[in-house]
Structure formats: C-alpha cells, structure tokens
Design a protein around this ligand. Structure first.
Ligand SMILES: [Zn+2]
Length: 465
C-alpha cells in the first residue's frame, strides 16, 4: 500500500465485488480519489494473494444504526457515529428515527443532515423517518414530506407498529411513495418486562423470558397485513429488521416463496452470539452446538469463563439460543435474509451500569460487525462473497436506486472501498472504539480483520490500524 493520504493508493489483495459477481486476486489503483484501475491478477502475479490476507471490498452499507443526535449526544453524535462507521468499514449508514425529537417531520431530519455535513466525514448518512408521529403509534407521521426530504424508509424502531390498522395504512401510503415500512417485530403483550430469551439460560439465571413467539407472532401479523395491502397497492413493501429466531425466518421464507414483497435483516450479534454469554460463556454461537445441532449446556461443559449478567449483553431482541443463531446463519446462506445490519446502539456507561434487568437495550456494534462476520466466514459458516454481499449490495438494494448507493469496485468512479487485513487480529477495547458507546460484550476479545483504509466518495474516511 502506498500513498500517505490514501487519496492515491495502490493495493494488491483479494478483491470481492458482489456487484460484478467476482472475487479473486487483484490490484487497485486510486488516483486523486478516483478508482482508476482494477486489475484481476492470475498466475505468478496472484501468488500469495488470498482471502486470508488483505481484502479489498466495496464500502460497507448499514441499513440500521442509531446515532443519538439529536437528544442524547452523550451516547453518540452524528460525527462520532460516522467515525465509528468508518472504523468499521462502513461508508453508508441509514439511521433509525428514534431520536429526541423523533425524525417524524422534515426539520428533525434537517438537523441530522446538518450535523453530518458539519462533521467533515465523507461517510454518507441516510435516515429512516418515523411511521407515526412521535413514534406513539397513534397517527401517521408526515410521510409524504419525509419522502420528499429523502428518507429511505419508515420505522417506529424500538417498538413495532403497534396497531395493525396503522400498519395497514402505513404500508399503503409508504408503498405509494415507493418506500418500505421497516418493522421491529415485537408483541409487547408477550415481552413486557422480559430480560433474556425465554429458555434454559434465562430460567437458570432467574431472568424473565422473552418468548420466541413475541417476535414470530408479530412477524406473522405484519406479513398477513402486507398480503392484504399488496392486492391494492402493488408497491407496498415490508422490511422486518433484526430477526433473531428460526420461527420468524421461517415465516419470511414462506412469504418470499409466495411472492410477497418482504425483506429482512439479521444483526452480527444474533448470528454469532447466544444467550449463554449472559451466564458467562464467551464462545461463538457455532461453537455452542453439539453434533446434533443442539445448544450445549454451558454449565455442564465448562464454557463459563466470565461473570454472569454483563449488561452489555442486554439487547432487544435478546440474544437467542445457539439453535436460533444457527437458523440465522442458514437464512443468510439460503437468501432468506437480505442484509446484515448492525443495529448499532451506543449507550452511556450510566445507562448500562445497573442491574441486568434495568439496563437499557443495545450493543455498540458498528465497529465490530465486519470482524464478527469474518469470524463466521473463517469458521466456514458463511461464504466470503455471500457475507460481503450481505454487507454491501444486499442493504443497498433495500435502500433503493433513489438513494444513489451502489456498492462496487468500478473503475472511473470515486472510490468507495475498504481495505481490511483479514489475517491481522485486533483487540477490542474502549480506547480502540471511535463510538462514544463502549457497550459491547466483545471488549477484551481479539477479533479477526483489521481495517486498514476506508475511502468514501474518494476521500479518506479512516486510515490506520
Ligand atoms: Zn429495533
């Protein structure tokens, strides 16, 4: 690699370009921020270049993240979130609207835009608007005005669109505007007061259970409403975010097979971590399965290496069983899932330094997402090209052509790319994270994949490591 600013750089490595349907040894040349040349190498020129060395990827796209501005800048600002995104390899981020005030009309969105522009970061910041005013679930937000202002979807994330009647109207209205409803599936009647996924671990730890049906029932409801709406509004689209259970994914698989316009995403933590971490286990989800594909008992096999009730593990939806995490990975492989989205949820120390059940939900995850996915790739759980597609072209398709986000290694365009050393591990510690939110259960852990260079819109978004 050469070029101190990164505006000019020549890099040889293993390029993965899902847009071109190609991966292999390659050399790229960036001049004045433009990707001048991508040369696929073979023979002697390709010697020593492999997928476990330097990877050259299109800039990653996050369909679901929380920066806390406006309203909770102690937890994250747009600028600190952009820095965290860049450190994680992301050049485009779509923010959720549950800020204070809620992004439910164009002026609130304008504040986020202004902060993104003022930061000087080239990381592109997009936003979802709220489905309902104040996310109260009572009346629709200013959806038409928000669409004109450039939102990429509508969500009441943090909760589902509670009323099926409102969901029905929202799907129809958003569909007419060419935008999806992005629903966080949760049936509050089943999840009120829940602390951890319902099951063996929650029972042993004395935590109130969050049943699988609390998610899957809501998924089924929303799909049923969608099926009704699309008959009248063919443009209606439903996206289900952060799915975590086999049952939910089965509903989506069946709906897609029936031709319904439904999409979904899974987070890195739900594909790689499990509820046994709350008891003190620290093995990957794929290491927590026995030969029959069943979750092993961490108390019986000596897997507990840390103290229990680490509040950085409290998240909504909760970390699930090893079987559910395996179902997430299977759904990533078979095309049921359209994107890996981080649900990056930074929080202050104050909001997490409490009893497990009192801690706010969320994991600060945008900086570890790529490494966690590479760990799954390294374990043979996910083909590299599929993993990269789920972090680039997959989410870009969800954002739609209007967003102008088109990840790919195309010569002649401003460079949007990540160079990551897949063979170099890094240790996650508070100081290594650009996010203000240090609430990650991966603190202290060595992860594969050190990001070396991130170019966004031809400019250096991150260089180091
Ligand atoms: Zn959510």
């Amino acid at each position: 690699m050469s070029g101190s600013e990164g505006h000019d750089a020549t890099v040889r490595g293993w390029a993965v370009d899902p847009a071109a349907g190609r991966e292999g040894a390659a050399e790229i040349e960036v001049r004045g921020g433009v990707l001048e040349r991508l040369t696929w190498l073979s023979g002697a020129a390709a010697d020593g270049l492999a997928a476990d060395g330097l990877l050259i990827l299109p800039g990653l796209v996050d369909f679901h993240a929380h920066f806390r501005e406006p309203g909770n800048e102690d937890a994250e600002t747009v600028a600190s979130g952009q820095a965290a995104a860049a450190h994680g390899g992301f050049t485009t981020v779509a923010l959720m609207p549950n800020t204070t005030p809620t992004l439910d009309e164009p002026s609130a969105l304008g504040r986020v835009r202004a902060a993104a522009a003022a930061s000087g970061s080239p990381v592109k910041v997009l936003a979802h608007g709220a489905v309902t005013a104040g996310r109260k679930g009572e009346t629709l937000s200013a959806m038409g005005e928000l669409a004109d202002a450039g939102v990429v979807g509508f969500s009441d994330d943090g909760a589902s669109v509670r009323s099926a009647t409102i969901l029905r109207n929202a799907l129809a209205y958003a569909g007419a505007l060419g935008l999806p409803i992005v629903d966080h599936p949760e049936d509050l009647a089943l999840t009120e007061g829940a602390e951890a996924s319902e099951g063996y671990v929650a029972t042993v730890l004395g935590l109130k259970g969050w049943p699988v049906a609390g998610e899957a029932g809501s998924v089924a409801r929303s799909i049923a409403v969608l099926a009704d709406v699309v008959r009248d509004v063919p443009g209606a689209r439903l996206h289900l975010t952060h799915l975590s259970t086999a049952a939910s994914l089965d509903h989506v698989r069946a709906a897609k097979a029936a031709g319904l316009p439904v999409t979904c995403d899974v987070t890195p933590h739900h594909l790689a971590l499990t509820d046994e971490w709350i008891a003190g286990a620290r093995r990957w989800a794929w290491e927590a399965l026995d030969a029959d594909g069943r979750a092993r008992d961490p108390w019986a096999d000596g897997a507990l290496v840390a103290g229990p009730y680490d509040t950085s593990l409290r998240v909504n939806p909760p970390l699930r069983s090893a079987e559910d995490a395996a179902a997430c990975r299977a759904a990533l492989r078979d095309g049921t899932v359209d994107a890996i989205a981080t649900d990056h949820a930074p929080h202050t120390e104050v909001d997490k330094h409490v009893e497990f059940g009192w801690a706010v939900n969320g994991i600060s995850g945008i900086e570890t997402a790529l490494s966690v996915v590479l760990a799954a790739v390294g374990a043979g759980e996910l083909p590299l090209v599929v993993a990269v597609a789920l972090l680039t072209t997959g989410p870009a398709r969800l954002l739609g052509a209007r967003s102008g986000v088109a990840p790919g290694l195309r010569a002649g365009e401003p460079a949007n790319l990540v160079v990551v050393d897949a063979g170099a591990a890094w240790t996650v510690d508070a100081a290594s994270l650009a996010s203000k939110g240090k609430n990650t259960p991966l603190l202290g852990r060595a992860l594969p994949g050190t990001v070396r260079l991130v170019l966004a819109d031809g400019r250096v978004a991150y260089a180091g490591g």
